[in-house]
Design a protein around this ligand. Structure first.
Ligand code: AGP
Length: 606
């Protein structure tokens, strides 16, 4: 998952490329580079580490030229050193790439047989070398690219520049997203519309297998079959102001704080306030289905785990859940009345997209619950349900997660309504409860100052356990993921009842155990598990409500009090302490909250 950008501009390209790459850093930040063509001369500037290093370099060693390409990298092949930093160049060709060329070793062997030598360990270099080889055989840049693309297996979004060509850029898309931006006498290419937001809102999305030949005043799209294709020109609404921290120290802090607002937005959109009825997109009738499949990755998967409880308990629909990277490989049975729901903030996660494609022709309906309605997963689904969380830049997903839960909650209630297993009053009461959640989240966030001393103690731990039962089990997993992905502390989430079947051996006075337990039907059992931990010198942090604290906080190391909430919808509220614990612990450890090591926001490789 890297970010790529291209500019055929009327002004110096370097500043535009840098701005776009900064907007793409969420896709990877191991290294970055740009290349431009000026008076036919192709030149590069590259730097390891974050974009700020490339920006600094360009201050002292500028790069002129009004045509350029740029790349910010999340390393797939070859370590993140300067040699492996994009753009890669071979002779007259420079190229940037997002994805994985799966047959690059065979291509390297072919090229080696032709006497071609290699400078890098990357798969991308083979693309530049192949294209340059065809050019050296007398093909034009366009024909050289046309000859190269069919030889590439795997996933790629590519953007090429050529020595001697000041007004030519070629882009190609297979498996990784690519947007074309239309300016006035300028043309742009980007991994997504966000990258191009400062340059244009007129966007054409390339489709699977498309490649495009651009000049400043022309765009030719060739489809996978080699025919000229017309792709829709769309006006994209991107709030460029959203892509800043709005005074917060980190994007993650801003996005945690935004949750009451964006949650109210999504609930207000899908719940009709006049009649407290549901207003989900047309075409979704759960009475047509006898089974649901929910598939996602990471935090999205924990939203699916939570939704399984809701769909099954409220509507009676059987639900199968799986992580996308495993789903298609177990050859899951998919019946004609199965509805498959794919949950993805970015809508570009390669594992999730691949799982969708695996059953697209088998399932009765494919539904995308996404934050980017123009994303690849959305475009390949029958029904799109945007979560309306706004741009989420922090790698650790926060507001997207709670909005995913809100949408899935509405869907579970819709399923109950469609299957006539909920009466009007019960539906209305649940919808009113959901619409009151933003206020409760506000209260939970207002208690943020209580997290700092607790975080200091967690920051000193090497291992942390999170426990939860029932609807709190997915929250325990999410809490562990949030903590480990931004503080780098090893953390594991467990079903509270499972601890005694082995993991309790981990418990000692050095290992904090976070117990997530509103006073619900499973509270007593969870507290019993908590006491088993304390009986073995375990240090327990209890996250509960006032009733829970009254009856069970003796001997715990700390208690985080949450507002009272209907236990059914408690996960949406209890996501907040999971986020705040992780955020403040990471702050205490001084890790990079918005761009944690080894990670990227959108994982567009399998
Ligand atoms: C969330 O905090 C993680 N950064 C990660 O697990 C993420 O949820 C996962 O990669 C799925 O991303 P998606 O929602 O964009 O598909």
């Amino acid at each position: 998952m890297c970010g790529i950008v291209g500019v055929l501009g009327l002004h110096e390209a370097a500043p535009m490329l840098v701005d776009a790459l900064k907007r793409l850093e969420y896709r990877g930040y191991d290294s970055a580079g740009i290349a431009t063509v000026r008076d036919g001369k192709l030149e590069r500037r590259r730097a390891t580490g974050k974009m700020v290093n490339l920006s600094d370099m360009l201050v002292h060693n500028s790069l002129a030229g009004k045509s350029g390409i740029g790349h910010t990298r999340w390393a797939t092949h070859g370590e993140p050193n300067l040699t492996n930093t994009h753009p890669h160049r071979a002779g007259a060709v420079a190229v940037v790439h997002n994805g994985i060329i799966e047959n690059f070793r065979e291509l390297r062997a072919e090229l080696a047989d032709l006497g071609v030598s290699f400078e890098t360990d990357t798969d991308t270099e083979t693309v530049a070398l192949l294209t340059n080889h065809f050019i050296s055989q007398g093909l034009s840049p366009r024909d050289a690219v046309a000859a190269t693309l069919p030889k590439l297996d795997g996933a790629f979004a590519l953007c090429f520049l050529f020595e001697g060509e000041d007004d030519l850029m070629i882009a190609a898309r297979k498996g990784s997203p690519l947007a074309i931006g239309h300016g006035v006498g300028e043309m742009f290419v980007g991994s997504d519309a966000i990258a191009l937001a400062a340059m244009t809102d007129q966007i054409t999305y390339l489709e699977e297998g498309d490649w495009a030949v651009l000049t400043r005043n022309s765009l030719e799209v060739i489809d996978a079959a080699g025919n000229l294709a017309n792709r829709e020109l769309k006006k994209i609404e991107i709030d460029t102001a959203a892509i800043d921290k709005a005074g917060h120290k980190h994007f993650m802090a801003k996005e945690i704080a935004e949750q009451p607002t964006v949650l109210a937005n999504v609930l207000g959109h899908y719940i009709n306030k006049e009649n407290n009825g549901l207003a989900l997109p047309e075409g979704l009738d759960f009475s047509e289905f006898d089974r649901l499949v929910l598939v996602a990755c990471g935090t999205g998967f924990y939203a699916c785990m939570t939704a399984k409880y809701w769909f099954e308990q409220i509507s009676g629909l059987p639900v199968e859940i799986d992580i996308a990277s495993e789903y298609r490989y177990r050859k899951p049975p998919v019946g004609p009345r199965t509805c498959a729901i794919f949950v993805s903030q970015s809508g570009e996660t390669a594992d999730t997209l691949a799982a969708l494609r695996h059953i697209a022709d088998k399932a009765a309906k494919i539904v995308a619950v996404v934050n980017v309605p123009e994303s690849s997963i959305a475009r390949e689904s029958d029904i799109i349900i945007p979560i309306r969380a706004g741009v989420e830049v922090g790698v650790a997903s926060t507001k997207a997660f709670t909005n995913q839960l809100a949408v899935l909650a509405c869907m579970a209630l819709k399923a109950a309504q469609d299957r006539a297993v909920i009466d009007a009053d019960e539906l209305k009461n649940n919808l009113v409860t959901l619409r009151n959640l933003p206020g409760l989240i506000n209260l939970a966030i207002a208690a943020e100052s209580h997290y700092t001393p607790i975080a200091k103690r967690l920051a000193a731990a090497d291992d942390v356990l999170f426990l939860g039962r029932g609807l709190m089990y997915p929250m325990a997993l999410e809490g562990a993921l949030k903590l480990k992905e931004i503080s780098y502390i090893h953390a594991e989430g467990y079903a509270a009842g499972e601890l005694k079947h082995g993991p309790i051996a981990l418990v000692d006075k050095k290992t904090p155990v976070v117990v997530m337990a509103p006073r619900d039907a499973l509270f007593e059992k969870t507290i019993s598990n908590m006491q088993e931990v304390m009986a073995r010198n375990g240090v327990v942090l209890l996250i509960t409500d006032s009733a829970g604290a009254k009856s069970a906080n003796d001997g715990v190391w700390g208690t985080l009090l949450m507002p009272d909430v209907d236990p059914v919808w408690a996960p949406i509220l209890y996501a907040i302490p999971a986020q705040l614990l992780a955020y403040h612990t990471a702050m205490a450890r001084g890790t990079d909250v918005d761009q944690p090591r080894n990670l990227a926001k959108s994982v567009t490789v399998e």
